[in-house]
Design a protein around this ligand. Structure first.
Ligand code: G6P
Length: 488
């Protein structure tokens, strides 16, 4: 099988370079080891009508990376517009933040169509296409329009919200109908999958049986595949990384003080304001904790051109300043706040140096930082994970200290509990989480998904054959050919 993986953001795979977002970090080892081609945006744009999409191709482990220049006229409307100012807020249940124009939607569709044309050059008879995330909801439908009959799967890294929230996205109906061109749609959690099914049946009026949605495209299977990490590899990396200069400097600077760590993209879904408020509350309610614990908050900027992100950045900078001003001392800064990215290696060492990991998003598809924090711990003296119950990771990491990120007092108390947790309890909780991480690895995510995709494609062909009159003995008819015949 030739695997072609598609996502908006790709990463070049230098372990010393920062990786933005869980998706890129998760796909990297898959491409390196499976020999897949990973196609995504180069981050550059190109003017004019390109006959052939321009792709820069380079080796990545046993696979390859193809980075495309996207069309200049549509990039803004696609990325900052429809993808990140309509879909992202809606998918994270923030319909109040939707800001979008019809032009943005058209640009989104144009870029999806552009990507489909670009993918044709990677098509072989045994190619399997695997599309990632909300930037490319309509890519499968565009590929089918171009006559592609190979299996095409889709995986959503974000949550899928309740029906009335997704209905807040202009053109939601067209978009979800287009999604049904995929053979398989994967979700992070049961709730996401259920929400999608309820939209398909109640809003689109489609029949769903046994997690198969019937549409004009035929059968689309929907299923849950919680994304994982390579926990043992991350653990080995973390053990080594404690001697990395950045990590040693941090450790020396602590002078015996304990450390809580938060690592997030600077995004309103991550609950950063509430988290800073919770630390503020903790130092106010328990002044004896001043000087004994500080927070290292890394908030890596992304999507800075979007108003909601700019406002959040200013709000956080002001809030951190206030909290540091309120609780700080001449020789103690309560919150170390950094607006930059770090490599996976350095991050693993930072996680291992922190007695508490705070991962408190308001909504999150999975959140791989939570998993990486756990994997990075020293088994003999592990730290404690404080985890939002609204992160997908909470389904598996249920022996973390689960919090409601809207309850500031509750979070403040829980962080204090984490700091004073005795070693036997820390170990018990950590071992339970670690065994789940080992069980649900990134390798398993890949193989479960691809097995189900192959199966979904086989079922689709079989169903199409049964429906066809008369069935062709020589070559099985493609469901796409049948569809275009039957739908005119
Ligand atoms: C989230 C999304 C990814 C995205 C990443 C970084 O994890 O699910 O698709 O790549 O954020 O976002 P950015 O807009 O900076 O690429």
């Amino acid at each position: 099988m030739n695997l072609v993986v598609v996502s908006n953001r790709v990463t070049r795979g230098n372990a010393n370079e920062p990786v933005t977002g869980g998706l890129a970090a998760a796909l990297l080892p898959i491409v390196e080891k499976s020999g897949a081609i990973w196609v995504g945006s180069s981050g550059r744009v190109r003017d004019g009508a390109q006959k052939e999409p321009f792709a820069e191709i380079e080796a990545l482990g046993t696979g390859a990376l193809a980075m495309l220049d996207l069309p200049a006229a549509h990039y803004g409307g696609y990325y900052e517009g429809f993808a990140n100012s309509a879909l992202w807020p809606a998918l994270h249940s923030r319909a109040d933040l939707i800001r979008v124009s019809r032009g943005d939607y058209l640009s989104y569709r144009e870029v999806n169509a552009f990507m489909a044309r670009a993918l044709l050059r990677f098509k072989k008879p045994d190619t399997v296409f695997w599309v990632q995330d909300y930037h490319f909801l309509a890519l499968g439908a565009e590929l089918r329009e171009l006559g592609l009959t190979q299996p095409i799967g889709f995986f959503l890294h974000t949550p899928w919200p309740a029906r009335d929230v997704i209905e807040g996205v202009p053109h939601h109906r067209e978009l979800v109908e287009a999604m049904l061109a995929y053979d398989l749609i994967g979700f992070q959690t049961e709730d996401d999958c259920e929400n999608f099914a309820s939209y398909a049946s109640a809003s689109l009026g489609l029949a769903i049986e046994d997690r198969v949605v019937m549409s004009r495209y035929g059968r689309t299977r929907i299923a849950v595949f919680p994304i994982g990490i390579d926990a043992d590899k991350f653990a080995r990396q973390a053990a080594k990384a404690v001697s990395h200069p950045d990590v040693s400097r941090l450790r020396r600077s602590l002078n015996g003080e304990r450390l809580a760590i938060g690592v997030d993209r600077l995004d309103y879904s991550k609950g950063l304001v509430n988290r800073i408020n919770a630390f503020d509350r903790m130092w106010t309610m328990q002044p004896q904790l001043a000087r004994t614990v500080s927070l290292l908050q890394i908030a890596t900027p992304s999507r800075g051109g979007i108003e909601a992100y700019g406002l959040l950045q200013s709000e956080l900078a002001r809030l951190v300043g206030e909290v540091n001003g309120r609780h700080g001392e001449v020789d103690w800064t309560p919150i170390r706040y950094l607006n930059k990215g770090f490599s996976q290696i350095v991050l693993s060492g930072l996680y291992r140096s922190a007695q508490v990991g705070v991962v408190t998003p308001l909504h999150d598809g999975m959140n791989l930082v939570a998993k990486e924090y756990v994997a990075a711990q020293n088994p003999a003296d592990p730290g404690v994970l404080v985890l939002s119950k609204f992160a997908g990771a909470a389904n598996e990491l249920d022996t973390a200290l689960l919090v409601n990120p809207h309850d500031i007092d509750g979070m403040a108390r829980t962080i204090a509990v984490a700091l004073s947790m005795p070693l036997p309890e820390r170990r018990m909780r950590w071992e339970a989480m670690m065994s789940k991480l080992r069980h649900r690895s990134i390798q398993r995510w890949l193989s479960d998904y691809l097995d189900t995709l192959q199966q979904a494609q086989t079922e689709r062909i079989e169903t199409a054959q049964v429906a066809a009159e008369p069935p062709s003995a020589a070559e099985p008819p493609s469901p796409w050919q049948l569809r275009s015949v039957s739908s005119g």
